[in-house]
Design a protein around this ligand. Structure first.
Ligand code: 5AD
Ligand code: SF4
Length: 479
């Protein structure tokens, strides 16, 4: 592979190391005249898979490219640069990316100058990079989650040398401040509070792809949030793989409760946070959520499994009893809290009895919504090495059983909403019916209602009229 420049290649063993304290680096890259003249007014297509961290990365990538005056296009055919921002959390996410890479064969045949770039979690894995380079000649550049801030340098290098280019480092990760950002929405925003994850749940690829957990300085987070409040944003979601351990690596005495309260005090109409880790969730956070009306009474609290033996094998650091006790403490102080969760069905060698525990506990917790997944082995993680005696067919059956059981509670909660009025943040025109708008109340349920497009980005009062289980129908009420 003489025609490939390997600037950095990832290594999962390197990615596992957690030694160095993170550095905060200020982004101040001045793009070269050459780069600006080549790409000024040209178009970038970006396709993002996976979680909110990737969506926020997309906004940074677009922000960086806007400094050389590139504009976004939603049509890959007219793009000068196309970027696939990938997800590695489950196999089906990766399969979709391979499908889209495949489509670029024909697109590049028509549009020969197009530069196709891959980034995101998938390419943090060496075996994937090798596979992609071998199988998909249409891919020109691969850069990692720790290399986004070098995007313009990478492009400069690529256009100079005209060779396929790989820059994926698996160092522990720094914090880059002052990165440009082009936000997708002008009313709701994601704000990173920490990067990476130190938990190493045995099924999960994230600690390898996103590096060591590192918290941003509180002043930088508050500055970003204040700017959003000042520009009229309605909703901020604080993002971290494990928001509850925010500040653990800083020496300034901050923690998530302090941060959450400081952000709430800035006066954003709605404040949310993602994702919580049960045994790191502290009672002072419950107090802050209870105290501020603008903190949505909604917590996403992944349980993953209801069986203590499976939780142990997953490396989750709590028992089902501890999880339930936390839920009780939350409900005691915030009775109207909506709880959602993540659940993995079919972890290697999960018995049917262990699976039933998940249903039993989920029903006890009484979730408003949940994200459910069939276990997907991720190469390089400890769980992927286990010999699994449960067939995929059996896992699919359990998955359906779980979905049906959870739906009973979802339905009950949705029924309870009918006839009541909620503040709804208007998101978009409904995909199915152009006269309808879609939005969501505090508990993130989708609500459809008649209204004018001009309401997008505003908070309106909607009376719920019908429950359709995974969505609700309503009508705007005027005060
Ligand atoms: N297989 C299935 N689901 C997974 N998740 C993470 N890794 C895997 C995997 N290997 C799920 C977890 C996590 C959510 C974001 O994705 O439930 O909370
Ligand atoms: Fe993955 Fe566990 Fe970290 Fe969540 S807490 S990102 S599931 S390792």
């Amino acid at each position: 592979m003489a025609n490939i420049i390997y600037k950095n290649m990832p290594d999962m063993n390197e990615g596992r190391k957690r030694v160095q304290k993170p550095n905060t680096i200020i982004y101040d890259y001045e793009p070269s005249e050459k780069l600006i003249s080549k790409f000024k007014g040209k178009k970038v297509y970006i396709s993002t898979y996976g979680c909110q961290a990737n969506i926020r990365d997309e906004e940074t990538i677009l922000g960086i490219l806007s400094t050389i005056d590139m504009e976004r296009t939603l049509n890959p055919i007219e793009a000068d640069i196309a970027i696939l921002n990938t997800c590695a959390v489950r196999e089906n996410a990766e399969d979709k990316v391979y499908g889209e890479i495949g489509e670029f064969k024909a697109i590049k045949a028509k549009n020969k100058e197009l530069i196709l770039m891959l980034c995101g979690c998938m390419v943090e894995q060496k075996h994937i990079i090798e596979f992609v380079l071998e199988k998909y000649p249409q891919v020109d550049v691969i850069f990692g989650t720790h290399n986004i801030h070098d995007l313009l340098k990478i492009l400069d290098d690529f256009i100079l040398k005209h060779k396929r280019y790989v820059d994926v480092s698996s160092k522990e990760g720094d914090i880059i401040e002052n990165l440009p950002v082009t936000r997708i929405d002008n009313y709701k925003a994601f704000v990173n509070i920490s990067y990476g994850c130190d938990k190493f749940c045995t099924y999960c690829i994230v600690p390898y792809t996103r590096g060591k957990e590192r918290s941003r300085n509180i002043k930088d987070i508050l500055k970003e949030c204040k700017e959003l409040v000042d520009s009229g944003y309605q909703e901020i979601t604080l993002l971290g793989q494990n928001v509850d351990s925010y500040g653990k690596d800083l020496d300034d005495g901050t923690n998530f409760a302090i941060l959450l309260e400081e952000v709430a005090k800035l006066g954003i109409p709605r404040l949310r946070f993602l994702t919580s880790y049960p045994s790191d969730f502290k009672d002072d956070v419950i107090d802050v959520i209870a105290k501020y009306d603008n903190i949505m009474k909604y917590i996403h609290l992944p349980i993953q499994s209801g069986s203590d033996s499976v939780l142990k094998r997953m490396g989750r650091r709590y028992t089902s009893e501890e999880y339930l006790a936390l839920v009780d403490r939350i409900r005691a102080k915030i009775p109207n809290i909506a709880l959602s969760t993540d659940i993995i069905v079919g972890f290697p060698n999960e018995t049917y009895e262990e699976f039933l525990k998940t249903i039993e506990i989920s029903r006890k917790v009484d979730y408003t919504s949940a994200f459910t997944f069939i276990y997907s082995p991720r190469k390089g993680t400890p769980a992927a090495k286990l010999v699994d005696n449960v067939t995929y067919e059996e896992k699919s059956k359990r998955f359906k059983e779980l979905v049906d059981a959870l739906a009973i509670d979802f339905n009950k909660h949705a029924n309870e909403m009918v006839g009541k009025t909620y503040e709804v943040l208007v998101e978009s025109v409904s995909k199915k019916n152009k006269e309808m708008l879609s939005g969501y109340p505090y508990n993130n349920k989708v609500v459809h209602f008649k209204g004018d497009e001009s309401l997008i980005g505003k908070i309106v009062k909607v009376k719920i009229t019908e429950n359709h289980l995974y969505s609700l129908l309503g009508e705007i009420v005027n005060e």
